[in-house]
Design a protein around this ligand. Structure first.
Ligand code: GLU
Length: 606
């Protein structure tokens, strides 16, 4: 959440590059944006409501110049979406500018004290206190670096900050605590950013700041210190690994549609990653005394998917708990293993759960898409998804590749534990490896069915998304996608739960999407069909996803057909169906698909 970028060049005007940097981070937040540049005379700020691309369209950043500057794209936590609350924030005297990703929990007390000392605030944000604290220290003659460090020590909460100070036009300071920050080194510039995507085009080499560290950058390098002790840190630069090419939308109207069309390639890549790493992960899973799957949002649903498969195949019950709740529920011990799932590898809640396990001496395994992210670096082992950059806020191809990695891990755990016979293991492996071909065959048909279903049910404002077993996680994921982008209410749940209260809501205005497993799922399918009948008996409109026979088809209003060849492979096709249904409904409703309201891709705040 929030993207920050800071840049110092060797006297070159880099205003356009700075704006380019936050445009690349726009998926992290886009309610407002801004830049602050040192132009030799003072600090010039341009900021407004709207994402960086909107402001470029409105020419807000035109005519700005400078060789040192900071920039921000905001996802508001404290203070409404207004021009005044947009970052950067200035001190009273305009000599200090700051941008921030995170939340400060003691900002009210600090602000009250600063106001008593005569400071006047222009915004409602938590962030602004930092600029005023630095200003006070500078006025007392404290050198800039010490003023920045001493001020940050007064703050409680989480942050990635970038700071510029008028008196030091050739440098910039950045600091991190539980929010991501990377430093990049280019031929004529040094850059700090929330995410390597913002600096990859200039910087072949990077340095990842650890929690509790600050950096001072100039055009020719960087110095790192521990914030708490003030001791300097010697950290080697590393080559920037991973695919950071800025993706183009091409002929697709939305990144979401493009990324859904990349399902096959994402699945194929996830199937091909190092099998030895998967074996090591499965060994860890089997050796641990307790295993917890965790994640948030879509990644949480894919964690449920993984826990279901591990239960079925390795006969191990590994509870799945949302990452925001996990540290409060489990007193971690050294024999524990936390399997964290996160596309960005920066999700605050998931990283908090991973760190809690780690600090208790437990093991950590990450299923993560972004190489070099906090999760990829901090977990004992990271299984990289390799899905490539995902720009649309809604996770689509990355969800599929998380499911593939989780399935490979479960399959290997099933093999090693003896939970799966040799024959069954071989069958499942063949089914998994057949996924790219199956997706190529079925994705266009699913897309067509979803487009029709979206048009047909457009009048319905409320939905249940139901499924059982493995398909319960798919129903929950489908409902999340639907809510995120259509802004219509959808409740995803295990179909068995319906009759325990929620069924009272079924009537002709409450739609139900039901995810039906193939016949090979036996009892699971039969029980799903019971739920379908229960909805039908109460007159609720029904949309089924799955391979339905003629008699079942008579009980539903429409079907999004899938192959029905196997429970595992059909599950993947049904995830795809949930994504297209959300997409085409949102499109018919005229929603801002790649930038749904109030959302941001990488949730890096508590
Ligand atoms: N708390 C800051 C604000 O609301 C930054 C928010 C964020 O990092 O998402 O402006």
């Amino acid at each position: 959440m929030c993207g920050i970028v800071g840049m110092v060049t060797a006297g070159r005007d880099m205003a356009a590059d700075l704006v380019g940097g936050i445009r690349r981070l726009e998926y992290r937040g886009y309610d407002s944006s801004g830049v602050a540049l040192l132009n030799g005379k003072g600090i010039v700020v341009a900021k407004d409501i709207g994402g960086p691309s909107d402001l470029v369209g409105k020419r807000t950043f035109e005519g700005l110049h400078g060789s040192t500057g900071i920039a921000h794209t905001r996802w508001a936590t404290h203070g409404g979406v207004t021009q005044k609350n947009a970052h950067p924030h200035l001190s009273c005297d305009g000599q200090v500018a700051v941008v921030h990703n995170g939340v400060l929990s003691n900002y009210r007390e600090l602000r009250a004290a600063l106001e008593l000392r005569g400071h006047s605030f222009k915004s409602e944000t938590d962030t602004e206190v930092f600029a005023h604290l630095i200003e006070e220290k500078l006025k007392k003659g404290v050198p800039p670096r010490d003023a920045v460090r001493a001020s940050v020590l007064e703050l409680e909460g989480t942050y990635a900050f970038a700071v510029v100070i008028h008196s030091q036009p050739d440098r910039l300071w950045a600091l991190r605590k539980e929010s991501p920050l990377v430093v990049g080194f280019g031929a004529d510039r040094t850059i700090i950013a929330s995410d390597p995507l913002a600096l990859a085009s200039f910087c072949p080499e990077v340095l990842y700041l650890d929690d509790g560290e600050m950096v001072e950058i100039s055009s020719d390098g960087a110095k790192v210190w521990k914030i708490e002790s003030g001791l300097s840190v010697d950290r080697a630069r590393c080559k920037l690994e991973g695919d950071f090419a800025v993706p183009e939308r091409g002929a697709y109207p939305h990144f979401m549609l493009k990324e859904m069309a990349e399902a096959t390639i994402a699945v194929r890549t996830a199937l091909c990653s190092d099998p030895n790493a998967v074996t090591r992960g499965a060994e860890k899973l089997l050796a641990a005394e307790r295993v917890f799957f965790t994640g948030m949002g879509t990644a949480y649903h894919m964690a449920i998917f993984g826990h279901q498969l591990v239960a079925q195949w390795a006969k191990r019950f590994c509870p799945v708990v949302t990452a925001d709740e996990l540290p409060g529920l489990v007193f971690f011990e050294p024999g524990d293993l936390v399997i964290g799932v996160s596309q960005s590898g920066e999700t605050y809640d998931t990283m908090r759960a991973v760190r809690a396990a780690k600090s208790a001496g437990g093991g950590t395994l990450g299923i993560v898409n972004v190489a070099g992210s906090s999760m990829a670096r901090e977990c004992d082992q990271a299984l990289l998804q390799g899905a490539g950059p995902e720009i649309a806020v809604l996770a689509t191809k990355s969800a599929l590749s998380q499911a593939v990695v989780a399935a490979r891990l479960a399959l290997e755990a099933g093999r090693l534990s003896g939970g799966l016979s040799k024959e069954r293991h071989a069958e499942l492996l063949a089914e998994l490896n057949g996924l790219p071909a199956l997706l190529d065959e079925w994705r266009p048909k699913i897309e067509r069915d979803c487009q029709e279903a979206a048009a047909r049910f457009l009048g319905l404002e409320k939905w249940f998304f139901l499924g059982r077993g493995l398909f319960a996680s798919i129903a929950q994921e489908g409902a999340l996608k639907f809510k995120e982008v259509t802004y219509r209410h959808a409740e995803g749940m295990a179909a068995g739960f319906l009759k325990h209260g929620t069924i009272s809501l079924i009537d002709s205005e409450m739609g139900t999407v039901i995810f039906v497993p193939p016949t090979s799922a036996g009892e699971l399918r039969a029980m799903t069909i019971y739920a379908l009948e229960e909805v039908r008996s109460r007159g609720g409109p029904l949309l089924a996803v799955g391979a339905l026979n003629e008699s079942d088809r008579r009980h539903v209003d429409a079907v999004i057909g899938t192959s029905g060849k196997g429970e595992l492979s059909d599950a993947f096709l049904q995830i795809v169906a949930g994504q297209y249904l959300a997409y085409y409904t949102a499109r018919a409703l005229g929603r801002d698909i790649d930038r749904p309201r109030a959302l941001a891709k990488s949730v890096t705040v508590p």
